[in-house]
Write a protein of this length. Structure first.
Length: 184
């Protein structure tokens, strides 16, 4: 049987190991260590997490639906981004933003379940996408397709292919628009 002194020593040893492990996990990056004064042994240092920076600007996975309000139909839209920058495609039905999807550079994605109706198509390209602001924070350009895209009602459905880059024989002219004209 352990005496109270032995139990206290065992708990203190576990606590010291825990503090040491937390201290190792919370150690700042090498660049920050060189500027900061060394901390005494056993000190737990609190360092801003790298994830907090990533939440400000990030690069969502290809095909991420950023906004979806009008879904539930049979329509399908394949988006091909042959550009060197990521893009966001937004469909607007009437005056309401319906769907926004993130398409990475040189990638494609398919959006399914688009309701029947006529849509104006906008897209933006750039880098350092801000999820909270819903826009690119560096090198952003904004565009609107001149032609609208119509998804027909059941029993038929529309399968459309949209490219964000120029295609030989393409039939979808675009107009560059000011940032304020892009649907927020």
């Amino acid at each position: 049987m352990k005496t109270p002194t032995t139990r206290t020593a065992a708990r203190t040893g576990v606590l010291a190991a825990l503090v040491l492990a937390v201290g190792l996990l919370a150690t700042p990056p090498v660049a920050a260590q060189s500027r900061a004064a060394p901390a005494p042994p056993g000190t737990v240092m609190l360092v801003p997490a790298a994830a907090s920076t990533a939440s400000v600007t990030s690069r969502p996975p290809n095909g991420t639906i950023l906004y979806s309000k009008i879904r539930g139909g049979l329509g399908r839209l394949t988006i091909k981004n042959g550009l060197s920058k990521d893009g966001v495609v937004t469909l607007v039905r009437g005056r309401s933003k319906a769907i926004s999807v993130y398409v990475r550079a040189r990638a494609s994605t398919t959006v399914r379940n688009i309701k029947d109706g006529t849509y104006t198509i906008y897209f933006t390209t750039g880098s350092l996408f801000s999820i909270s602001k819903g826009r690119f924070t560096r090198g952003a350009a904004y565009w609107r397709f001149n032609n609208r895209l119509r998804f027909v009602p059941p029993p038929y459905y529309t399968i459309a292919i949209l490219t964000l880059h120029a295609v030989k024989g393409g039939n979808a002219p675009v107009t560059q628009i000011p940032p304020g004209n892009y649907p927020a």
